[in-house]
Every structure is written in C-alpha cells, then in structure tokens.
Design a protein around this ligand. Structure first.
Ligand code: NDP
Ligand code: MG
Length: 381
C-alpha cells in the first residue's frame, strides 16, 4: 500500500484524482493529506468520504472555519507552511501537485527534497522554476510524471525510445473557444464566452489560459523541462477535435501519436501507475464517431500570448517567471471583469519590458521577482 497526498484536492484535477483513486485504484493507495486554499466546505465533505490522515488549509480564515464546521480528528495544518509540510510528509510515496499558479512551487520542491515522487498537473511550477525543480528532482532521484494530457501523450510515445532519437515533439492545441474569431472580435469577447471551452471542463484560470493560448505557451515551456528539449524542438499545431493529445517525431521521420477522448482521468491514472496502465472503465474512442480530424498552424498575431511564451523560453532565466506572474494577475483581473481579453497579453508584455533579468535565479530571487512582477502589473490595472 502506498500513501498519496493530493495538493489542490478541491480543484478540477484534485477531484478527478480522488475519483480515479476511489474507482480504479481500490486499496492500492491510502490518502495521506488533502490540501486546499479556502474551500473548506468541500474539504469537509472530502474528509468524510476519503478519510485522509490529515489536511492542510492555506487560507488562515478558512482554517478557522474548517475547525467550526468539521469534527475531523486527523492533523489539520495551516498556511503555505502547512501545505509544504503536507507535501513533504515522509509517509508520502507520491503527491498529486494540482495547485494553481506559482503557489505550487514551494510545496512541490519540498516534496522533491524528501525524495517523494511527483505527479505534476501544476505546470506553472515548471514555467516559473523549471531549472530549480528539474535539478532538484535529478539530485534526489525523483520522477516528475506529467499529468497534462499533452505531456502524458509525449511520455506514452517515448517509452522504450532513445532520447537522442527524438527529432521534435508536436503539441496539439484545441485552439480554445476563440479559434475562429477575428482580431476585432477578440477585442470585445466577454468573460462568459472565454469560460466556455469547447472540449474540456477545467478550473477557471486554465480555461482563460486556454482561450488566450497562454496555456499552450506554458505547455511548450513545461515540455522543455520535462523532456530536456531545445526550444526549436517543440512545435504547436492546432487540432480542434482534441483527439490526438500530442505527437513525437523521430530522427528517421516516423511520427508517433497518442489518441484518446478528452478526459483527464486517463493521464491522471497513467501518471499514478507509470510505467504500468490501470484498467479504466471509461468510454472508448470510436474513430468512426470522430470522422474527421483537422490541423492548423497557430495564429501568433491573434494569439500573442503564445508568441510571448515562445520568446520568454528562448530568453530563458527569469523571463518565463515574469510571464507567469504577470499572466496570473492579468487573468485574475479578467475573471473579475476589470480588464478586457486583449489586455492580458499587453500587461504581460509591459511586465517583460519593465522587470529586471537574472540568468540563473535562486529560489529566493524567484519568489522576490514573482512578488515584484505581481505588484507591478497590479499597479497598472
Ligand atoms: P482549480 O482552480 O480547479 O483548482 C485549484 C486547486 O488548488 C484548488 O483545490 C484550490 O483550493 C487550490 N489552490 C489554489 N490556490 C492555492 C493557494 N494559493 N494555496 C493553496 N492551494 C491553492 O484548478 P485545476 O484543477 O483546473 O488546475 C490545477 C493545475 O492543473 C493548474 O496548474 C492547471 O494548469 C493544471 N491542469 C489542469 C487541467 C484541468 O483539466 N483542469 C489540465 C491540465 C493541467 P480552493 O478550492 O480552496 O480554492
Ligand atoms: Mg494540457
């Protein structure tokens, strides 16, 4: 029996992880910690159903509220420190890192430093601190297994292959809800339109990132760190049906793809069972039902976030962390309807131009830069 902690258990990935553990894994895994930010009402339900050994609640007010509404008898940790403690708990065999944004960096690193395996959904951790995270994983002999469907697809394609024989990878993008909108139309899209993703149901932040294509930009950066690739080895192709989850091209010209219905439970299960596969009971792909699959080049002019991410990856150093922090503030402001959709890339570009650059930042420098970038972008709202 192995212990698992789910960081971000009340989110879209967290909830699906718990469902997979319950429906598929049976008694193979015992839940160690569940961690949340503030949704303690849902956490109170989860502790009754999943009986973890402990919980961690990042928000202090919510921590107090949880003690009022739940008679949970296990360990109750509080604050960012509490989430890190839960992540690094020695009992953990693996953690599901499904926090959102930069908040994932410290807990993920804390787990790695204790030799705990990582199932990584929280791509912003690699976007902001890819070098630090991957070096720490190497040093501590920790595997980082991707949960993102594209990166799970890449992993499934390269199993049994040699790294030297990968020519390039091709990440597929659905194109989001605004694939066919003109530049003028994009200026005036609304929040509710942006929240309607055609193929996936996800948390609000990643749904907006998918609409701007920043999500794909982040996935390019994530792929660089996960698979040790040069920026030139990573292509993006728009594939609106989201059936091919990504592809790998080898030095002999052969291309392998991984296909499946758009359902995150498969990549979640793959990351938790790697290198094996669990028998999953979900709907199977029927190619005759799909009929047609199409592919397009991404339009970097209508979707400047993708270009900004490509450029930041080439610049390296702190550039990708600036993009991430600026994007977090801009997306939060768009979700509150304080700014327009096309202000998101403008704010990121503004931050990239104003912020200083460090080639090899330490974790403390990154944390400082993250705060400063947030303050800068907030002052511009
Ligand atoms: P959600 O917004 O649905 O969930 C986020 C989770 O993290 C919640 O449990 C939330 O707690 C917790 N959380 C948020 N902020 C903090 C914080 N500051 N400190 C501690 N906990 C925090 O996000 P998703 O599940 O959609 O996404 C999670 C990650 O996975 C993201 O990085 C996303 O990019 C990635 N991902 C998601 C996919 C999806 O299908 N959803 C697909 C591929 C990747 P609370 O509920 O209390 O706010
Ligand atoms: Mg993805």
């Amino acid at each position: 029996m192995a212990y698992i902690s789910v960081l971000g258990s009340t989110g879209s990935i967290g909830v699906q992880t718990l469902e997979v553990l319950k429906e598929v894994e049976g008694d193979d895994y015992q839940i160690n910690f569940l961690t949340v930010n503030s949704n303690v009402e849902k956490l109170a339900e989860q502790v009754l159903e999943y009986k973890p050994r402990g919980v961690a609640i990042a928000d202090e007010k919510a921590f107090k509220r949880f003690k009022e509404i739940s008679d949970f008898k296990g360990k109750i940790l509080c604050g960012e420190e509490g989430v890190c403690q839960a992540a690094a708990d020695k009992r953990n065999h693996v953690i599901m890192s499904a926090l959102v944004g930069f908040s994932g960096v410290k807990p993920t690193l804390a787990a790695i430093k204790n030799g705990i395996q990582i199932a990584l959904a929280n791509k912003e951790t690699l976007v902001s601190a890819g070098k630090i995270i991957t070096e720490a994983a190497f040093k501590n002999d920790v595997a980082i297994l991707a949960v993102d469907s594209e990166h799970s697809a890449i992993l499934q394609c390269i199993v049994g292959e040699s790294h030297d024989e990968i020519e390039k990878i091709i990440l597929t993008a659905s194109g989001g809800p605004f694939l066919n909108k003109s530049h003028e139309e994009l200026e005036n899209v609304t929040l509710s339109q942006a929240l309607k993703h055609p193929n996936w149901t996800m948390g609000s932040k990643i749904t907006i990132d998918s609409a701007t294509l920043m999500n794909k930009g982040f996935e390019v950066i994530e792929a660089k760190w996960l698979f040790d690739l040069e920026p030139e080895q990573i292509d993006v192709v728009v594939h609106p049906q989201s059936i091919i989850h990504s592809m790998v091209q080898f030095v002999d010209g052969s291309v392998k793809a991984q296909l499946g219905l758009p359902d995150m439970k498969l990549p979640i299960s793959y990351a938790l069972n790697f290198p094996h596969r669990a028998t999953l009971p979900y709907k199977r792909l029927d190619m005759t039902e799909i009929g047609t699959m199409t592919f397009l080049k991404p339009d970097l002019e209508r979707f400047p976030c993708l270009q900004l991410a490509f450029d930041a990856l080439k610049t390296g150093g702190t550039a990708t962390a600036v993009v991430n922090a600026a994007n977090e503030i801009a997306v939060a402001a768009f979700l509150k309807e304080q700014i327009k959709f096309m202000d998101i890339p403008k704010l990121i570009e503004f931050a990239l131009n104003k912020m200083y650059f460090v080639k090899n930042p330490s974790l403390d420098e990154l944390i400082h830069l993250d705060i400063e970038t947030r303050n800068l972008v907030t002052s511009k709202l």
